[in-house]
Design a protein around this ligand. Structure first.
Ligand code: G1P
Length: 292
C-alpha cells in the first residue's frame, strides 16, 4: 500500500513533558512556549494549513489543556476586544480558530515514545495517509517544508521523511537515514536508525520533524517493541516500512530551529524577531551593543 489519497490529516504529538525547559514547562505545555508572540504549536498548525490540511489531530497528555484552549474560541476575551473596538487583535484570534479547520484531541495515557503517540491517532486517521509534525522543530514560514514533502509523496506514491545534513557528531540526537544513490532532492532510503553513535550512523542525513506516512505504519507500530531510550520509536516502524513498500527521504531546504533545546529556542526568537518589521530595527541595534 502506498500514498494514493490526498493528505488531509496532520498529527501533532504533543504529550511530551518538556523537561529541558523546566520550570517554564511545569504547568505550561512546551508547545505553548512562544517564539516572539506565537506559540510553537501554532506555527506547526499554520504550516499544515498552508499545505492544504484541514484536519489537525493532537495527541495530548495530562497538563496540556492550554493547547485545546488555544485552538478554541475565547468568548470573554473576544467580547472585551469587540467592546474596545480592537479589530486587529480580534483578527489575530480569528486566524487561530478558522472555521474550516477541525481540531481533534486524543490522549496518550502513557509516555511510551513518539511511535506510541502516533499510534494513538489511529482511531481518527484510520486508513488515510497523513502528515506528522513535531512542533519542536520550528521552520520559518518562508520555507514550506510540509508542502515540499507532500509533493514528493504525491510523485513517489510513498511515505516521505524530511532530512537535512548534520554535523556527524550530532547523530545521537536524531533518526539517521541510509541511502544508496547520491542524494539530490529526494532518494529512497535503505535504512534508518534512531539516535546512533557517530560510528554507527549510516550517513549524516538526519530526520527533521516532518513526515508523510502511509496508514500501514499503524499496523507496524502496533507490534513495534521498545527501542532507543526504552521508547516505542517511530523510526523503528519506519525501518520496517522502508524494507516493505519503501520510504523516501526528501532534502529539506531552509532553516530549522531545534526548539526542543534552549539554544535553538533562543536562536529562533532572535531570528524571528529580526524578521519582524516592528522589531527588526531596535532588536538589531540592541544585539550589536551586546556583541561588540
Ligand atoms: C524525534 C525523532 C527523531 C528525529 C527528531 C527530529 O526525536 O525520534 O528520529 O530525528 O525527532 O527532531 P526527539 O527530538 O523527539 O528526541
Amino acid at each position: 500500500m502506498t500514498i494514493e489519497k490526498k493528505i488531509e490529516t496532520a498529527v501533532f504529538p504533543v504529550a511530551g513533558l518538556g523537561t529541558r525547559f523546566l520550570p517554564a514547562t511545569k504547568a505550561t505545555p512546551k508547545e505553548m512556549l512562544p517564539v516572539v508572540d506565537k506559540p510553537l504549536i501554532q506555527y506547526a498548525v499554520e504550516e499544515a494549513a498552508r499545505a492544504g490540511i484541514r484536519r489537525m489531530v493532537f495527541v495530548t497528555g495530562r497538563n496540556k489543556r492550554a493547547i485545546e484552549d488555544h485552538f478554541d474560541r475565547a468568548y470573554e476575551l473576544e467580547s472585551e476586544l469587540q467592546k474596545d473596538g480592537k479589530t486587529q487583535l480580534l483578527r489575530i484570534l480569528d486566524d487561530i480558530t478558522s472555521s474550516d479547520i477541525d481540531f481533534i484531541f486524543v490522549r496518550q495515557p502513557h509516555a511510551l515514545g513518539l511511535g506510541h503517540a502516533v499510534l494513538c491517532a489511529q482511531p481518527v486517521v484510520r486508513e488515510e495517509p497523513f502528515a506528522v509534525l513535531l512542533a519542536d522543530d520550528l521552520i520559518h514560514p518562508d520555507h514550506e517544508a510540509l508542502s515540499q514533502l507532500i509533493s514528493v509523496a504525491e510523485q513517489t506514491q510513498r511515505s516521505v521523511l524530511a532530512v537535512e545534513e548534520i554535523d556527524p557528531k550530532e547523530s545521537i540526537r536524531y533518526g539517521i537515514v541510509g541511502i544508496d544513490e547520491p542524494m539530490t532532492s529526494s532518494a529512497k532510503i535503505t535504512s534508518i536508525v534512531e539516535k546512533p553513535a557517530p560510528k554507527d550512523a549510516p550517513s549524516n542525513l538526519a530526520v527533521v520533524g516532518r513526515y508523510v506516512l502511509s496508514h500501514e505504519i499503524f499496523d507496524i507500530l502496533s507490534r513495534t517493541k521498545s527501542g532507543a531510550g526504552n521508547e516505542i520509536q517511530l523510526t523503528d516502524a519506519i525501518a520496517e516500512l522502508a524494507s516493505g513498500s519503501g520510504v523516501f527521504a526528501s532534502r529539506f531546504h531552509g532553516e530549522r530551529y531545534d526548539c526542543g533545546e534552549k539554544l535553538g529556542y533562543l536562536k529562533a526568537n532572535i531570528d524571528f524577531g529580526l524578521r519582524d518589521d516592528s522589531l527588526k530595527k531596535n532588536l538589531s541595534a540592541f544585539l550589536k551593543t551586546r556583541c561588540e
